[in-house]
Design a protein around this ligand. Structure first.
Ligand SMILES: Cc1cc2nc3c(=O)[nH]c(=O)nc-3n(C[C@H](O)[C@H](O)[C@H](O)COP(=O)(O)OP(=O)(O)OC[C@H]3O[C@@H](n4cnc5c(N)ncnc54)[C@H](O)[C@@H]3O)c2cc1C
Length: 399
């Protein structure tokens, strides 16, 4: 479905948020059509994991698009991954159950040893190993990641891990987890961001042997959890890269994550715009379609304008990432604008649907709850504004 009337645009000169990767988009749309609103609503009620949906995406190869061909993936760039996630969200589905399978492996790919890459990446590409969990946030550190205190103490050829993590999504549905922990205490490190390391945790061995997972029920169906580590023994061979340099490794993974999640927001915004345009054309009140009223059509048009502007930023950030250029600011700005565009569109969709915006069977209220997350996670709006203020505009740092 096009959002502008037939013949009303020239994709060659205008930015068309649908023009990239048409075959991938079409294939993702077809797959998603097998998982309609009824499927997601039932899972949402029970806070259950979309196992069949994740299996279908895995079997179709969509979650391994970023893994190089030599390790069994498609070897495509970040923009292709963004197109996959955008279409999932535009279709009314949700990639939150499995999007980390796409980008978390980047830490292994970019910083792992040859042995680690050969051991893990082909199995992640085939779906035999699920790398869905990314363990960074802690209850007492919040956004200030350098204050994490989960500690891995080197003992012979192992690390012994103790501490807590919060909001670690998909931990119950993952075979492996990328864990950021301290190997040197903050006060003993040369700078706060030193002394953190990345360990690959084999969840199949860890759970019940030093790792306890407790689900956290939230306003959306996101399979998020709290983790407690009590003397969990991890082989030293599971250290990714060099000890003490983990924060740097995690940061470039975070840029990929922010760009891909921004693409999910663009998909959500398109979902709300598609549904609202269609509803406003069909719903008649006072003897005419509600969409004839400019008070109804202008917010839909505004949502389209905001989504298009945000999608340009997402494309720009993805292009920089693919070129290997610094893209921290652009990834942040893409995530901020896309999450605000999707939230504006969500609010607009509720208003356009009137009472039906609140009815489960329209899927608007579910997507409304889902898309609200993105202004908080994986990084909250204030922290992005602070990054732009201090790193781009040279304003004084407030913390
Ligand atoms: C459903 C869900 C899934 C998640 N999944 C994962 C996951 O898989 N892995 C993972 O590691 N984490 C995950 N997170 C954590 C997420 O990344 C954090 O919630 C997010 O980064 C915000 O951190 P916080 O909740 O600790 O908020 P806090 O850091 O406590 O901040 C609270 C509020 O204060 C604001 N604030 C804080 N400091 C400042 C400041 N200096 N200036 C201005 N404003 C400030 C923030 O912007 C925010 O609005 C998830 C969170 C949720 C809710």
């Amino acid at each position: 479905m096009t959002l502008l009337g037939a013949g009303a645009r020239d994709a060659a000169v205008r930015h068309d948020p649908d023009q990239t990767f048409p075959e991938i988009r079409d294939a993702v749309r077809k797959l998603c059509a097998r998982f309609p609103g009824t499927y997601w609503r039932a899972l949402d009620r029970d806070r259950a994991y979309p196992t069949e949906f994740v299996r279908a995406l895995t079997e179709a190869g969509f979650l391994s698009v970023l893994i190089p061909e030599e390790y069994g993936g498609s070897g495509l760039g970040l923009a292709a991954g963004a197109a996959v996630l955008e279409e999932i969200h535009r279709s009314g589905c949700n990639g939150g159950a499995c999007h980390a399978q796409m980008y978390t492996m980047g830490v292994v790919l970019r910083h792992g040893s040859r042995t680690q890459k050969e051991a893990y990446l082909p199995k992640i590409a085939s779906g035999n190993l699920r790398l869905q969990a990314f363990g960074v946030t802690e209850p007492d550190a919040g956004t200030d990641t350098t204050r994490i205190s989960t500690f891995a103490k080197r003992v012979g050829d192992t690390y012994v891990v103790n501490g807590r993590k919060l909001w670690i999504s998909r931990a119950e549905h993952s075979d492996l987890m990328v864990l950021l922990c301290r190997t040197t205490k903050r006060e003993e490190a040369a700078k706060p961001s030193d002394g953190m390391s990345v360990l690959l945790i084999d969840m199949r061995e860890a759970v019940g042997n030093g790792l306890t997972i407790t689900p956290v029920r939230t306003m959306l169906n996101h399979a998020t959890t709290e983790l407690a580590f009590e003397d969990l023994v991890v082989p030293a061979a599971n250290l990714i890269g060099e000890e003490g340099k983990g924060f740097r490794y995690i940061l470039d993974g975070m840029n990929a994550e922010r760009i891909l999640i921004a693409a999910e927001c663009i998909g959500d915004a398109k979902f709300f715009i598609d549904r609202s345009s269609s509803y406003a054309r069909d719903r008649e009140v006072f003897g005419r379609p509600i969409g004839e009223n400019q008070g109804v059509q202008f917010p839909i048009a505004r949502a389209y304008v905001q989504m298009t502007a945000a999608s340009l930023l997402v494309d720009h950030a993805a292009a920089l990432f693919e070129a290997g250029a610094p893209c921290g600011t652009e990834a942040n700005m893409a995530k901020l604008t896309a999450s605000e565009a999707s939230w504006y569109a969500a609010d607009m969709a509720v208003q356009t649907h009137g009472g039906f915006g609140f009815a489960e069977e329209y899927d608007i209220e579910r997507k409304f709850r889902e898309t609200r997350l993105y202004q908080v996670a994986p990084i909250s709006t204030n922290l992005i504004l602070s990054h732009v203020a201090t790193h781009v505009l040279d304003l004084p740092k407030s913390f």
